[in-house]
Write a protein that binds this ligand. Structure first.
Ligand code: SF4
Ligand code: SF4
Length: 202
């Protein structure tokens, strides 16, 4: 029959429209907040959600999954006196594998001998060019560069970040990627134990 499909479509639209408000009323009646609360976001992201809704950004933000990646940052460990021990050895692998070539590194040389020192004198990433592929973090042999979760870095100027701006602590890395961090620490400890056992056996 002509028009049956249209009526069916309209009823679906109306049902979604009605459910949008009805869900709000049910949440309000139960004394909970459907918007601007972690519980509300979890509900609206679940299969139980009814109606039409959106995330009220910037007041609300979706929880970031561990593997989410935005621009890279450099990891440093805390030294015994609280100093920043940069993990990067300026090997240059990340700069080589970066598809848009937006990483550039200035190596440190010993002023007396002229020999290279495994610490970057400068480290730049043009985050406006970075395509967030994560290859730099994948290829780094020292777990020195990782992908950040912080996506709120827009500005009116060119975003070329230098070493100071790129440095973030290992504790921060552990807080945004706990599973990755734990796996890497375990591997590191196993490697150190194997090395120590080899030295002892020699
Ligand atoms: S971040 Fe990693 S891959 Fe890049 S230069 Fe430093 S140590 Fe090498
Ligand atoms: S995420 Fe990809 S594009 Fe961005 S700096 Fe790393 S390798 Fe280059």
């Amino acid at each position: 029959m002509y028009g049956k499909g249209i009526l069916k479509g309209l009823s679906v639209t109306f049902k979604r429209f009605w459910n949008t408000y009805w869900d709000d009323i049910v949440w309000l009646a139960s004394g909970k907040k459907r918007y601007r609360s972690a519980e509300g976001i979890a509900h609206r992201s679940s299969k139980k959600a009814r109606g039409i809704f959106t995330i009220q950004y910037p007041e609300e933000k979706l929880p970031t999954p561990e593997e989410f990646r935005y621009v890279p940052f450099l990891v440093y460990d805390e030294g015994e006196n609280g100093e920043k021990v940069v993990r990067c050895t300026s090997c240059g692998i990340c700069a080589k594998v970066c598809p848009p070539q937006c990483i550039w590194i200035v190596r440190t040389n010993d002023p007396a001998t002229g020999r290279p020192v495994p610490v970057p004198a400068e480290f730049y990433i043009d985050t406006d060019v970075c395509m967030n592929c994560g290859l730099c973090a994948e290829y780094c042999p020292f777990d020195a560069i990782k992908m950040d979760h912080d996506y709120e870095i827009s500005s009116y100027r060119r975003n070329v970040l230098n070493k100071e701006a790129l440095l973030k602590s290992a504790a921060y890395y552990a807080s945004i990627r706990p599973l990755n961090y734990a796996r890497e620490e375990e591997a590191r400890k196993a490697k150190e134990a194997a090395k120590a056992a080899k030295v002892e056996a020699a």
